[in-house]
Each structure stands twice: as structure tokens, then as C-alpha cells.
Design a protein around this ligand. Sequence first.
Ligand code: C2E
Ligand code: CA
Ligand code: CA
Length: 404
Amino acid sequence: MKDIKILVVDDSTVQRNHVVSICEECHIQKNNIAEASNGKIAIDMLKKEKYDLAFVDLEMPVMDGVELVRIIAAEKLVEAVIILSSKDPALILSVGTMAENDGLTVLGTFKKPIQQDYLKTSLIRLSKTKPKIEQTKNKSSLVAEDLLKAIQNKEITLYFQPKLTTKGILLKGVEALARWQHPQHGFISPVEFIEVAERFGLISPLTEYLFELALQQKKDWKNHGLQFHLSFNLSPLSLTEPGLVDKIAERVEYYGLSPQEFVLEITENAIASEVSTAIAALAKLRLKGFKIAIDDYGTGFANAQQLSRVPATELKIDRILVDNVTTKPQQQAILKSTINLAKDLNLVTVAEGVEHFEDFLFLRNLEVDLVQGYYFAKPMNKDQLEKWLQADIINLRKQVNTLS
Ligand code: C2E
Ligand code: CA
Ligand code: CA
């Protein structure tokens, strides 16, 4: 990351200094950061030397940022850009979409002044997921504007997947999972559109919209006497958003619900990158009474110390460690030590992606608390879930009893 070469294009010295200083805080060497005060100078510099990333301000005299981005894309002058502006998010978004259509990798489109955490997350993306961005570029650029419309038109819905106790197969909670049926492109995976939302500054409206759906559903179930908890996925970017904690708490209170009824899930990688604002937000959420789950454990690089610093209540072991574990001795060792670590840290253990009965037995022997996976139930819409609760769960219990 240290060796990334960056060009900051902005006519305001104050704004350039701000970007340079947060780049330095992200451990980028000062002599790898160059500055340009307008688009023409920027183009000359980009033609003379190779840069990995350019920050482009949209409002500039001489040549505005929109035109600069067009030229950069047409002449392939730089690998990736971050677009900044003080204008409204919809405008920044449309320029970002245009740039991606022109074949540029847009790491982020942000309202000024950019925060350190946003930059950190973007830089991690530059170093780790470049090939993935390349692959999905065309489709994602198509999707960004549609995504904004889909949020406004409420085209995205929530499905729910049961989390069950290993002992007794009781419903402990459900995880809310976003679903988008695009009118032309058909089903689009949340993995794809969440990533687009993160890059195009849409994660906050999307999360707010989905959380509202989750709250309405939770309230409805509670009114019908159904008491299980609800797990909700939070993007690491949302955690760095100022005011998020209070907003979440306020909405929960508005519905007459209690924070204890919610588990907020955050991926292991978000804690491994040690974004301090994110950890602080988690601590505040925990103080308010929300439960916190570390998601996808086993796919990232968090060490035991990083794990212990997060105020979590639950560890979700990724299906990469769970699937077909009975046939993989090496995986068994990792799984056992993970479960022991979680128990030492007083975390509820959840195994994800349980598809086979043998895997379930193995997990039950290791005293994993909860299981989630296709063997028991796929994510379902509200009606399907309610039917599942009336009949299928009882059959499942019988089946597990007979087989064990
Ligand atoms: P996740 O949080 O790890 O969610 C679990 C994923 O595993 C879900 O995929 C679920 O359908 C799938 N799954 C569950 N059991 C099994 C199994 O037995 N076998 C297999 N092969 N897969 C199983 P889904 O719904 O496609 O979601 C993918 C990811 O997208 C989620 O991974 C989560 O990271 C993200 N996501 C989904 N909804 C939201 C959301 O509302 N907000 C945010 N920020 N992220 C979301
Ligand atoms: Ca999750
Ligand atoms: Ca997961």
C-alpha cells in the first residue's frame, strides 16, 4: 500500500492539503503523492508519469472534473479514480457511473471533505480486489443508477434465514438477507449490489431502507407473539458514517422494539483492517444493548487479539470452514481451535452454510451453539418463513432425532 502513487487534483489548496494529509495517515509515502491545481496540469503530469490513483474534484476552473475524468478514461491515463465534490450525491454518482462506463475503475465517489476511513476502505479495495472490480465493471456501472431507483421504488426486499439451536432445533433468530429482482437483468446477488452501493455512495440510503423493512417485519412478528431475534448485516462503510449509532437506536425505539432483539453483523475483514471509527461505533451499539456478530469468520485475516478488541457477542464461522468438515481433517483442527477461541471470549458460536447432516453432527459434538444453512432452511420470504415455522421445523426436529 505504501508504494501506491497518487495524484490529487483540486483547485483549492486547503482541500488538496486535506487529501494529502489523510493519505499520509494511511501510510502512503509523501514523495508518492503529487498535486495538480487544475485539469490541464493534471493531464500533463499523468502523461509524463504513471500513477495508480487520482483524486478528482468535480468543480474546478480551466477544465472541470467531469471533462478531466472523460479524458483520463479515454486515454487510459490512470488505473483508478476517486471522485470528490461538494455537490449533491446524485450528481457525484452520475459522474462515477459515466467513468465506469468509459472503462475506469471508480474506487469511490464521495462528498467532500473525504474522511480517513473512507479512504482506507477504498485503498484496501485497490490493493485487494482489483481483479474483481475489473470483472464486474460493465455490469456494475449499469446497475448503479438502477440501484438508486430500486431503493426509491422499493424494489429490494428482505428474505429471512433461520438460525437454529444445535440442541433441540429451536428457532433462535433469523438473518435478514437483501434480495433484488431487477426488471431487465433478473436476480442480482446482494454481494454484487452491496459492493456497487459502497462504491457509489449509496450504502447509507440502502442500509436505512433495508433496516426500516427489517424493523417493520420484526414489529409485525412481535405483535403476533413471535419472539426470535433478527440479525441484520451492516457494511463496514456504514459503521464509519457519523450519526449511524443514534439513528439505528432511534428507529428501534420508534417501533417500540428493544436493541436486545437485534444482532448486527459485521464481517471479519472490517475488524482486521482496524478502522478505528468502526470499532468505536460497534462499542457504542453494544453499550446501547445491541448484539454484535463477527461474520464470515475464517475468510479474513483477523487474529485473536483483533477479535478480542471487538465488543462482539457472537462469532459466525464461515461455511468455508464448515462445509464437508467431516471429510477434511485439517479443517477440523481449525474449526476446533476457532470454537475454543470463541468460547474463551464468551461468544455465541454460529456455524454458517451447514448443508449436510454429518457436518451438523460434528458441529453438535463440538458444542457449537447455533446452526444456519440449507440443510435446515434456505432464506425465505416472510410468508414462506411463517409456513416453515408451522410445519417444516417440526418435521426437521423429527428427522434429526431419527438420524442421530
Ligand atoms: P452473509 O452475511 O454471509 O450471508 C449468508 C449467505 O450464505 C447468504 O447469501 C445465504 O443465502 C448463504 N447461505 C446460507 N446457507 C447456505 C448454505 O447452506 N450453503 C450455501 N452455499 N450458502 C448458504 P446471500 O443472501 O446471497 O448473501 C450474500 C452476502 O451479501 C451476505 O453474506 C452478506 O455479506 C451480503 N448481504 C446480504 N444482505 C445484506 C444486507 O442487507 N446488507 C449488507 N450490508 N450486506 C448484505
Ligand atoms: Ca451475515
Ligand atoms: Ca456470513
